[in-house]
Design a protein around this ligand. Structure first.
Ligand SMILES: [Zn+2]
Length: 49
């Protein structure tokens, strides 16, 4: 199951919204949350160290 990187909510697999940050793929529940992530990815990015 995929979770929104911003709010932790479920990502609807039918309408997948995703972006990449430092070669890590993040998915989002909505376009708004993707925009938030892209505005300040350091806040939300929780990739491997
Ligand atoms: Zn979200």
């Amino acid at each position: 199951m995929n979770r929104c990187a911003v709010c932790g909510g479920r990502v609807q697999s039918a309408e997948r919204i995703a972006t990449e940050h430092r070669a890590v793929r993040y998915e989002f529940c909505s376009d708004e949350h993707r925009a938030e992530f892209e505005a300040m990815p350091e806040v939300f990015a929780t990739g491997p160290p």
